[in-house]
Ligand binder design. Structure first.
Ligand code: HEC
Length: 210
């Protein structure tokens, strides 16, 4: 009995002496992920490659202010503004997209965003009548109304319209480590779908603003 105790104490000390650094562990994890997955259908191994923001936001500490602001300005530079300044589509289509969680799976025939949903309800409340929603993100109920949008096409609405488009295009524009998918930038939704999401959020007639 006594011997067993001594052995385990030695094992613990030896374990500490050889404990790998966070960097080593990260490398080992990356190697394990790369060895465990393979390309299948539209899901390719490049999904494992981390960009600057993903790397910085995956470390133990939040990125330093200078890195965070670099990530945000890089995100802003990715934003593609809509053709002909047409920002607003049909909120009814946006409503369907917000509820729809499909897309990006290995068994989807095509990676075309037209076949994807927005899965907004996974993280946000939108309409009062929908009682099932995630709370990872803030409630978007009354998103346009709370910001005083009475007419989405009025010049006074331009700032909030542009902010919302940029946010949906690349959520890192004002929040370096945002947990929200970068819908336009990562080709998860196309321009028409984004216009419909914009209408759901901002159109005074949308149930979000009722
Ligand atoms: C995986 C979770 C997740 C999903 C899915 C998601 N969001 Fe978000 N969203 C967030 C989080 C977290 C925030 C707050 C942090 C931030 O600003 O990035 C946020 C912030 C926002 C904001 C900014 C709110 C403000 O007051 O400035 C808007 C607008 C928004 N989301 C819209 C959407 C829409 C529309 C969809 C679906 C097309 C969606 N989100 C899907 C997590 C998510």
């Amino acid at each position: 009995m006594k011997k067993a105790v001594v052995f385990s104490a030695v094992a613990i000390v030896a374990g500490c002496a050889t404990a790998p650094s966070t960097g080593d562990l990260d490398q080992q994890t990356q190697a394990m992920l790369k060895a465990s997955f393979r390309d299948q259908g539209i899901a390719k191994m490049d999904r494992l490659n981390q960009d600057l923001a993903q790397k910085a936001c995956s470390s133990e500490n939040a990125p330093p202010a200078a890195v965070a602001s670099e990530i945000e300005s890089q995100a802003m530079a990715t934003v593609k503004w809509p053709e002909g300044g047409r920002y607003i589509g049909d909120w009814r289509e946006g409503q369907k997209l917000a509820e729809d969680g499909k897309g990006m799976a290995w068994n989807n025939k095509s990676a075309d965003p037209a076949g994807n949903g927005g899965q907004c309800y996974n993280c946000h409340q939108l309409e009062k009548s929908e009682i099932s929603y995630g709370t990872v993100g803030p409630s978007l109920y009354h998103y346009g109304k709370a910001r005083g949008v009475k007419d989405v096409t009025a010049p006074g609405s331009a700032a909030i319209v542009q902010y919302t488009w940029a946010k949906l295009w690349n959520s890192r524009v004002n929040s370096a480590c945002s947990a929200m998918p970068r819908f336009g930038h990562m080709k998860l939704l196309n321009e028409d779908q984004l216009r419909d999401m914009m209408a759901l959020l901002l159109d005074p007639k949308s149930p979000v603003n009722e």
